[in-house]
Design a protein around this ligand. Structure first.
Ligand SMILES: Nc1ncnc2c1ncn2[C@@H]1O[C@H](COP(=O)(O)OP(=O)(O)O)[C@@H](O)[C@H]1O
Length: 329
């Protein structure tokens, strides 16, 4: 790996996904193929935090890619307590954390609770990239940690049955969309076993037209200013970076917006705990799906530190996460 050992990075940041903490015994995923270490995930977060805090070059910020606590907390009336535990652990590392929202955020909290919570990391000050803020109807924003670099947080549950009031138009629209493909009584059960249509489940969602239009305008400005843009959200959008069951419903629409701009260099997501990666050969965009902490054994870990240079980003993985170099096209 060429990691520019002699060069100082412009800035660095930490990445972590699917912590899914709950103070309960180990369990399994739905198909019982993967063990879930609910209680220990807090210890792995603690180790990640210590590694970031003690590193010679401190990360400028942390990207938390969603599912910070598990849905089982809701069942146990422990949502607030579990959230306090993970946020307390994260706050030991004195850097800004940018939170993405995943399906487990919506199992625990309503959208309005999330907007009022510490999981709403919308910056109070503007980004160096001008342009309108995102409409209040979805959770999306951009920030610029360093001149020439922009990060965009997207809401992958903007069009979803999760987090929308059953009486709302958004809920009906999401129901219409999922029912086009999924005729199961239990909408968490995917339609079929293989293929792209398996993504039409209730634990996934998509991006509204308003959000895509907003992103389009952000990327137009970024193109003009020759910014390097990294987009982060909970759901992967490239079929070669994940199993199809974890893709965003309208992944293709987001991909085509990215294709129509030249500023995007990387897209990062969580959700698929096995992780994944591909480089989109048409655009040179790197699609990284980060391995989830929740399915990581106690003697390993799943977090990364990304060093950003003028022409590349270098991911230093820990435990299950491998080192990678993302050259800018
Ligand atoms: N194949 C499936 N059939 C029916 N329900 C499923 C299936 N896969 C997952 N679920 C249910 O969907 C919900 C979300 O699944 P879960 O595995 O917890 O998501 P995540 O991978 O985000 O942790 C859970 O209630 C789970 O029981």
């Amino acid at each position: 790996m060429t990691d520019h050992p002699s060069q100082t990075p412009l800035f660095t940041f930490g990445v972590i996904a699917d912590i899914q903490y709950a103070d309960i015994d180990d369990g399994y995923n739905y198909t019982r193929s993967h063990r879930r270490y609910y209680r220990n995930s807090l210890q792995l977060l603690s180790k990640a935090q210590r590694s970031w805090s003690e590193s010679a070059v401190k990360p400028h910020f942390i990207l938390q890619l969603g599912d910070i606590i598990d849905g089982f907390n809701k069942r146990d009336g422990a949502s607030e307590k579990a959230l306090d535990s993970v946020l307390r652990e994260l706050s030991r590392c004195p850097v800004e954390v940018h939170h993405v929202w995943g399906n487990h955020e919506f199992y625990n909290f309503s959208r309005s609770q999330l907007l009022r919570s510490q999981l709403n990391s919308t910056p109070r000050t503007g980004s160096s990239l001008a342009g309108p803020p995102a409409p209040a109807d979805f959770y999306a924003y951009h920030f610029s940690p360093f001149p020439g670099f922009t990060f965009v947080v997207l809401d992958a549950y903007d069009v979803s049955l999760l987090g929308r009031e059953v009486s709302s138009e958004q809920y009906s629209n999401a129901m219409d969309r999922i029912k086009q493909y999924n005729s199961n009584e239990d909408l968490n059960c995917p339609p079929g076993v293989v293929g792209l249509e398996t993504r039409f489940t209730m634990f996934n969602g998509g991006f509204s037209k308003d959000q895509l239009d907003w992103l389009d305008s952000v990327l137009s400005l970024a193109d003009e200013k020759r910014e390097r843009v990294t987009i982060v959200s909970h759901l992967p959008i490239h079929p070669n970076s994940t199993t199809p069951m974890c893709l965003a419903w309208n992944f293709d629409e987001l991909l085509s917006i990215i294709h129509s701009h030249n500023s995007v260099v990387c897209y990062m997501a969580g959700h698929d705990h096995d992780g994944g990666y591909c480089k989109d050969e048409d655009t040179g965009v790197h699609h990284l799906t980060l391995e989830g902490v929740i399915e990581t054994p106690p003697d390993s870990n799943a977090f990364g530190t990304v060093s950003v240079y003028k022409d590349r980003m270098v991911l230093k993985g820990n435990g299950r996460i491998r080192n990678r170099v993302f050259l800018f096209a």
